[in-house]
Design a protein around this ligand. Structure first.
Ligand code: AMP
Length: 206
């Protein structure tokens, strides 16, 4: 039973590395960003949240907590799970503690992917997702196969990327001392090729 959180600024490689960790431990990846984008595609996302997402700000805590509470009721989370992009604020982390306590579950580790801000914008502007598989690529460093149906996220444009980095520094970075105080935080250098970062993550979780 593994319950893990991946924390890191937008573009630090959370989505890419989450895929590896989930395969290794046989647990589902829970990404609030992916859930919100799925709701957007299905046309079920409240318009006010759509505008918030597209502007690079954070969706209000209550809406996100409700989303996670519903997701954690799904049977596939019974053997553990990896949270990617949640929690993003201290109130969300406190709400998660409450949800886990109610279920008698404990968090195993919080892994922080460390990447300097100067490298992040370039990663996001070159990031593409394959609509069919959900796989994430970098146009130069991790090029997609020829048959991929590539999508560029609406919030991966330079101006929005800056706002998302600001939101990370203003709200999400406060999670690090929160989890450090609980002795759950493990820092991993996120600079390098995806498989180099994967090896470091493996060592951090061993
Ligand atoms: P991500 O794919 O994790 O970068 O999330 C994309 C966008 O969805 C973010 O910029 C926020 O607008 C919204 N979002 C995703 N997860 C959260 C969260 N835990 N709290 C608030 N907003 C979120």
């Amino acid at each position: 039973m593994k319950i893990l959180i991946l924390v890191g600024p937008p573009g630090s490689g959370k989505g890419t590395q989450a895929e590896f960790i989930c395969k290794k431990f046989g647990i589902p990846q829970i990404s609030t960003g992916d859930m919100l984008r799925a709701a957007k595609r299905a046309g079920t996302l409240d318009k006010k949240y759509l505008e918030i997402m597209d502007s690079g700000r954070l969706v209000p805590d209550e809406a996100i907590i409700e989303l996670i509470e519903g997701r954690l009721q799904q049977p596939d989370t019974g053997g553990g799970f990896l949270l990617d992009g949640f929690p993003r604020t201290v109130p969300q982390a406190e709400a998660l503690d409450g949800l886990l306590a109610k279920k008698g579950l404990t968090l195993n580790a919080v892994v922080q992917l460390d990447v300097p801000r100067g490298l992040l914008e370039e990663r996001l502007v070159n990031r593409r997702t394959d609509r069919k598989t959900g796989k994430i690529y970098h146009l130069m460093y991790n090029p997609p196969p020829a048959d991929a149906e590539l999508e560029h996220r609406a919030d991966d444009q330079p101006a929005t990327v800056q706002k998302r980095q600001d939101a990370y520094e203003a709200q999400t970075a406060a999670l690090l001392p929160y989890y450090e105080a609980k002795q759950l935080l493990r820092r991993v250098d996120g600079v390098g090729k995806p498989d180099e970062v994967t090896s470091r993550l493996e060592a951090a979780l061993a």
